[in-house]
Design a protein around this ligand. Structure first.
Ligand code: NA7
Length: 548
């Protein structure tokens, strides 16, 4: 054991991942501090308070599976719970396990430097304070750094302008003239929620999203009793599904059945709640162009059916990617919103934004330009996804190497949980892990359990330093690339691939997400542990170095 430290473990972030990680480490009996830039727990569910923000994962498959007490005591009120309820849920868990006393809130980590002499992380906060920890665990979420468009005049606007991530609780938008820029999952939720309450809503759309109905419903006391009695089976289904949801791809290929049967199957999926039409579809629809194209035509038909104005419908049908090859937003009456008299759609591919003016938004059109006046401009323009939170912290590993430099072409990780050259760092639920492209909580429970068992194992054997080997890391990155390359998703301009026009950087060359599925990911983690962690060099500092 080298230098002494303030803490055995430091956890960055107390969202759904960090809270559980904290709970496991407290339980393990190690000394642990968690820090969060926010003033309370909840991460994504603390920050995103925009109108309409809610799950599109079923509430009862998003909640933690690890606590029988929480499962017994907590009741969800809707199949897809709104943000406020999810925040309450995480707060309830924090209270129940008295986790807040281990958390330093309103504290942002700005730098983390590996000290090779002491075998410890020196972690610096925005307050200027710093602490040391033997192990550093990052639970920073994958969409925690919002990005604003780079538009001329953006600071000149005299009304209210904000990113959806920073929506204040007391913002009254009723009766106002509102712009929403961006039509991903967030924009779609905001638009359909506020349209009936504002005087005028203008939606500025770059590329359209393929949206399908959420079909939300209330969960009554009896429903909740049934869910509770069924939790074991629900979580079993999630565990056995590649997506981590209850939906499993149908074993058939699109062309295994007649066109009538396919259409009937798609009608059924379209009428059902949740992600079934995306994740429970024929097994080739997200990999085979022809299969995907036929499904896309089916969804396009649904969009046309729901919109009165044929021209507006055409603008809302994506032309640059097939259904499901980007994150599919689930919606409540989204398309019908465009049938309202107070809602207008601006296609930015035809009439791009020239600038933000003191009064509103100026677009360039054939006639020269048109200015839309607004009281409120909402930027639903997405995030510096997956690696953004890592890039914002000055991580320095062995020999002072910067993580930002190492990942400048995209992340390189071992099992999405460690990276060579950065000893004693566990990127829980991080880039290239199984949680990123699947039902997040299901994936993070696997990662947190693995990380905790790893630390317990190291402590039990008197080891104080671990580092992923470069060979094992390259193998994992190759494996991630292979699976990613098979998916049509790998070719789209989406945050899954690090595409973001608001950032001054190239699109990463390496995948940010693991597309091999949650089942395979869990198996790989388990194999690594069962084999005694052969992908790491593990050292005690007292005896000769051992390779795991
Ligand atoms: P997304 O899915 O990244 O969507 C961002 C949207 O904003 C998307 O429609 C973008 O168009 C649009 N955008 C981004 N920058 C601009 C500029 N500069 N001008 C106009 N339009 C722009 O983020 P969300 O917050 O909706 O969803 C993130 C995840 O949260 C979601 O996937 C769920 O997992 C929960 P583009 O697509 O680039 O053409």
């Amino acid at each position: 054991m080298r230098g002494t430290t303030d803490y055995d473990c430091l956890v960055i972030g107390t969202g759904i991942c960090g809270l559980y990680q904290l709970r496991r480490l407290v339980d393990l009996g190690v000394s642990v501090l968690a820090v969060d830039a926010n003033s309370d727990v909840g991460g994504t569910w603390f920050n995103n308070r925009y109108p309409g923000c809610r799950f599109d994962s079923e509430s009862f498959t998003y909640g933690y599976s690890w606590s029988p007490d929480v499962l017994a005591e907590w009741s969800w009120s809707e199949r897809f719970a709104p943000q406020a309820e999810t925040f309450r849920y995480l707060s309830f868990v924090a209270d129940k396990y008295a986790l807040r006393r281990h958390i330093r809130f309103s504290t942002r980590v700005v730098a983390a430097e590996w000290d090779e002499d002491g075998w410890l992380w020196q972690v610096e906060f925005d307050s200027g304070e710093s602490v040391t920890a033997r192990y550093l665990l990052t639970a920073m979420g994958m969409l925690s750094i919002p990005t604003m468009p780079r538009l001329e005049g953006i600071d000149s606007f005299e009304g209210t302008a904000l990113h959806t991530f920073h929506w204040p609780d007391d913002l009254d938008y009723r009766g106002q003239r509102v712009a929403v820029i961006g039509t991903g999952s967030t924009g779609v939720q905001v638009i359909s929620t506020i349209a009936s309450e504002v005087e005028q809503l203008v939606v500025f759309q770059l590329d359209a999203s393929w949206c399908v109905p959420l079909h939300n419903s209330a969960i009554g006391a009896e429903d909740m009793d049934r869910i509770r009695a069924n939790y074991e089976e629900i979580f079993r289904q999630c565990r056995e599904s590649p997506s981590g949801f209850m939906y499993r791809p149908d074993r058939r290929r699109t062309k295994d059945v007649s066109r009538e049967e396919r259409l009937a199957f798609w009608e059924k999926l379209y009428a059902e709640p949740g992600f079934g039409i995306w994740l429970g579809n024929f097994r080739d629809v997200l990999m085979d162009e022809e299969a995907n194209s036929e499904l896309s035509d089916f969804i396009a038909g649904k969009i046309r059916d729901r919109i009165d104005d044929a021209e507006v419908a055409e603008i809302l049908i994506p032309k640059d990617h097939g259904f499901g090859t980007k994150r599919v937003p689930l919606e409540i009456g989204y398309y019908e919103t465009y049938n309202r008299g107070n809602v207008e759609l601006v296609d930015l591919n035809r009439t791009p934004i020239e600038r933000i003016t003191p009064k509103g938004v100026l677009v360039r059109d054939d006639a020269g330009g048109q200015e839309f006046p607004f009281d409120l401009i909402v930027f639903a323009t997405g995030f510096d996804a997956v690696t953004g939170a890592y890039d914002r912290i000055g991580f320095r590993g062995v020999d002072g190497v910067s993580l930002r430099d190492k990942w400048s072409q995209g992340p390189e990780t071992l099992l999405g949980i460690a990276t060579a050259g950065f000893p004693n760092l566990l990127t829980v639920g991080g880039p290239q892990s199984g949680s990123v492209a699947s039902n997040f909580p299901r994936g993070i429970e696997d990662a947190v359990n693995w990380a905790t068992d790893f630390i317990a194992d190291l402590a039990g054997r008197g080891f104080a330093r671990f580092e992923a080997t470069r060979d094992a890391e390259l193998q994992w990155v190759g494996h991630v690339e292979e699976f990613h390359g098979n998916m049509l998703m790998s070719r789209t301009k989406s945050w899954f691939n690090g595409h973001n026009i608001n950032l001054d950087r190239e699109v990463p060359k390496r995948p940010l997400v693991y597309s091999g599925g949650a089942v395979r990911y869990r198996r790989r983690l388990q194999e690594e542990a069962a084999a005694g962690y052969p992908s790491f060099v593990i050292s005690s500092g007292l005896t000769a170095e051992l390779t795991g």
